[in-house]
Design a protein around this ligand. Structure first.
Ligand code: 2P0
Length: 320
């Protein structure tokens, strides 16, 4: 078989930020995401003479190589196989970088592993094994809106589709303000965040925030969705600031972008932001306002790159 697997990046509107079990990547909260059309990873795995990982055509060593093969060895053990593997991944990220993500990388890797060994899995089981590579990858098995239910062990922690083909008018503008590598990985950041006095309240709010988000999506209520997403992102970043010691992914331009979103809103252009483990900002908007928001960001920031994304599909295989 050896088909190429394609998975799209997702952005969480209700975020995963805290683990119950680092080894199995079991989260302390459920999360909800939007899969994006503009950003994806293609991966092909073949049995080979030696273990090799090529990313965008370049042979990888060190940390990147380690992370991929640590993961693939976990899968090989699980499925009782033990060959050397050649892994070829290509990240398709339009000119605006800063959105190459472990969510698409490990969802595509899980799919490519199954294709290599002709292992037939349900989407639910694919989601579980993608999670072992990176928590957020569990959600990229699906298109549209996906929910990762936290569960309590490997078998109960998986994502499912809330709506794979939403008709909602929702755009995500990925605003690249800064392309430097992040200072603290998500894995380390979410561990450090657990020292915040607000970490337990953050977890306790998860169920009610998730239900409110599901209701907003079902009602196609853009205002409610945006307000909830922005609040949830602010909570995550407040926890980072109040950790001991505190830290932040924000850069001066991040604050500047937040202020611009607030100003746009005050002037009647409805939009909201969400921010992940890095300085870049993602804007949630409806089609009628996309042009004006892009114009405002281009006039306010030098060298900013903006990609207008909407809903993307789940894991697929390319015909060859
Ligand atoms: C999310 N993020 O829900 C959250 C919000 C970033 C901020 O999932 O340790 O790369 O590999 O499970 O999935 C990024 O963390 O972390 C992430 P690991 P992952 O999308």
């Amino acid at each position: 078989m050896n088909k190429t697997a394609r998975a799209h990046t997702n952005i969480a509107l209700i975020k995963y930020w805290g683990k119950a079990d680092s080894k199995n990547k079991l989260p302390l909260m459920s999360s909800l995401s939007m899969t994006l059309d503009q950003f994806f990873t293609d991966t092909r795995i073949t049995v080979s003479e030696k273990n090799e990982f090529f990313l965008n055509g370049v042979l990888q060593a060190g940390k990147n190589y380690q992370r991929v093969f640590t993961y693939l060895k976990i899968l090989q053990k699980k499925f009782g196989v033990s060959d050397n593997l050649r892994v070829e991944s290509t990240n398709h990220v339009p000119t605006a970088a800063g959105l190459a993500s472990s969510s698409s990388a490990f969802a595509a890797m899980a799919g490519a592993f199954c294709a290599c060994y002709n292992i037939q899995l349900s989407k639910r089981d694919l989601s579980k094994i993608a999670r072992l590579g990176s928590g957020s990858a569990s959600r990229s098995i699906y298109g549209g809106f996906a929910i990762w239910q936290k569960g309590f062990d490997h078998d109960s922690s998986y994502a499912y589709a809330l709506d794979e083909t939403p008709v909602m008018d929702l755009h995500l503008l990925a605003i690249e303000l800064n392309s430097n590598p992040k200072k603290l990985s998500s894995t380390d950041g979410m561990l450090q965040a657990q020292t915040s006095p607000f970490f337990i309240p953050w977890i306790k709010r998860n169920e009610q925030e998730l239900s409110a988000m599901v209701a907003a999506i079902k009602a196609q209520d853009f205002s409610a969705l945006g307000q909830l997403a922005e609040l949830n992102a602010n909570e995550m970043h407040a926890i980072n600031l109040t950790a001991n010691p505190g830290f932040s992914y924000f850069e001066p331009d991040t604050i500047h972008a937040i202020h611009l979103v607030q100003q746009l809103r005050a002037s009647g252009i409805e939009c909201y932001y969400t921010i992940d483990a890095g300085p870049n900002v993602k804007i949630l908007a409806q089609l009628k306002n996309v042009k004006e928001i892009i114009k405002q960001f281009l006039s306010e920031f030098e060298n900013v790159k903006i990609v207008n994304a909407s809903f993307g599909p789940g894991l697929s295989y390319l015909d060859q």
